[in-house]
Design a protein around this ligand. Sequence first.
Ligand SMILES: Nc1ncnc2c1ncn2[C@@H]1O[C@H](COP(=O)(O)OP(=O)(O)OP(=O)(O)O)[C@@H](O)[C@H]1O
Ligand SMILES: O=C(O)[C@H](O)[C@@H](O)[C@H](O)[C@H](O)CO
Length: 166
Amino acid sequence: MRPLVVMGVSGSGKSTVGAAIAQRMRVPFADADDLHPSANIAKMSRGESLSDEDRFPWLEIVGEWLGVHEDGGGVMSCSALKRKYRDQIRHHAPHVHFLLLEGSPEVIAVRQAGRPGHFMPASLLTSQFATLEPLSPDEDGLVLEVDQSVDDIVQGYVDHMNREDR
Ligand SMILES: Nc1ncnc2c1ncn2[C@@H]1O[C@H](COP(=O)(O)OP(=O)(O)OP(=O)(O)O)[C@@H](O)[C@H]1O
Ligand SMILES: O=C(O)[C@H](O)[C@@H](O)[C@H](O)[C@H](O)CO
């Protein structure tokens, strides 16, 4: 398996789906939320969105992890909201592909609200959507709708990969 980034806005299900795909594919999983410098977590907790400068060093760590898993495969959940962030990741891991979890602000807001205690405030969801640049046709990846069960999303990914292998 090639390295995979499960991407999307906060609350789209990246951590849940990423862990489930990694388990299904029997490869390591990492959550980019765990790799943020503490200053980034503090900033988001204050209700401020991250800048490109804040994200740069974090994306270097994310890219390096994926680069290490270029051969054996691995899954990282990471927002990867902008094309240039994905370019930065691809620089480290040229064979990486991306699964964008796409959903309406309404559905995702309900999911976000359903996990009290998370550092990410609901108020940042608007800026997450404003920042998101969907995958371009020349980017290696697929898009799946979040308004379905986690099992169905995982199966959607597996089916896509099986079609690609044929
Ligand atoms: N397909 C799904 N159906 C129903 N609930 C889901 C689904 N995917 C995720 N959830 C739930 O939605 C909430 C958000 O999911 P999760 O934490 O995985 O999102 P995330 O994109 O990793 O968020 P963040 O980046 O903010 O940590 C969780 O409570 C999770 O259990
Ligand atoms: O790029 C970003 O703005 C961040 O990665 C956020 O997306 C959060 O870390 C994550 O989603 C936690 O809620």
